[in-house]
Design a protein around this ligand. Sequence first.
Ligand code: ADP
Length: 395
Amino acid sequence: MVLPILTVTALVALVVVHLRWRQKYFLARESARVEFAAFQQEHQRAAGQIQTQQTALFDSMIEGLLLLDEHGKIQLANRAFAGLFGTASDLRGRTVLEVLRQHELTDLLTRVATEKQVDGYDLKLGGLNERWLQVNAAAITGAGGNPQGTLLVFHDLTRLKQLERTREEFVANVSHELRTPLSLIRGYVETLLDGAKDNPEVATKFLETIHRNSGRLQFLIEDLLTISELESGRLKMTLQPVALRPLVEKVLEDFKTQAAAKRVTLVNELPELAASADANRLHQLLGNLVGNAIKYGRPEGSVRILALRTDDGMIQICVRDDGPGIPAESLDRVFERFYRVDKARSRDQGGTGLGLAIVKHIVQGHGGKVWVESEPGQGAAFYFTLPEEKASLSV
Ligand code: ADP
């Protein structure tokens, strides 16, 4: 009788222990599952954060960046790349050729596969939006040296190339401008030495030409120095309150003889306004515009200077003539260095081709804008803006 009772008790105890153990096991399993889910979530969050940081880092680069996998498929292209080539931002899974249609890049990829690293590869993109790029490419390899992809970095050299081109053109223009009066001077001096000096009448004519051309050289060199000072940023504008009407009066006074010779009337129509400006530079700027208006305006015509206050705290000044004006296709170009509508006429009048480029620099140095309006046959009107001086003037 004792034995069955013991057996039953042992069985019951066993069942209880088993049930307890099962409960503990399920509790432990559940807690492990919850912990694992939390870990997974944390891992995903961290991975997402790294991805966002990586994208932000790549997108903040000025250079275009392209990452290809071992099959040549795009894995990543940053914002600068999309901007350079005008592509969509998500290019994943596509090939370089599909996206860019640049066969030079396929050649570059072939080279990288064998050379592992290619630096300074020049790539020129044609079309309307011409661009010069330099590409650095590197093969990415795994621990065992097996290929894992390619990294391409695109540097945009367009602006540098354009600056280089502008500088070359400038040097060529300056040389040409200097050569013309210089060879005239030499020619006339040689003729004088060869005997023309013995004929006083001829000698006087030749000396006048030499004098005129040496004057041209001097103007050109002075304008070149001004342009170089203005462009280098070395020259600081000394802004002070300037009463405009008296300043314009002084400028017109400088041109009295020149205007009288062409019977041109000079009219100062400025109201009492004051600008915050560099008085000497403003004098030079107005002198260039008034000088041009007399030079290129019509004989017996008029040159007027007007001004008004604009809504944005600026003063707009206008120098207007009633001459032949400027053709529409040249309106945007007259402010370029050495640009002339009529080369022969400008040179005859002693022009250097730099006057309006200087005007543009001075206006921009004051934070203003400059432009020209003209209807052929109706004269030209040059406008520029300057900041208004609000304080009362003691000038
Ligand atoms: P330049 O020394 O030849 O006068 P500028 O830079 O002062 O050089 O002017 C550039 C060109 O703009 C001139 O050669 C001329 O063709 C044109 N231009 C300037 N002002 C006038 C004007 N008031 N009327 C007609 N053409 C003008």
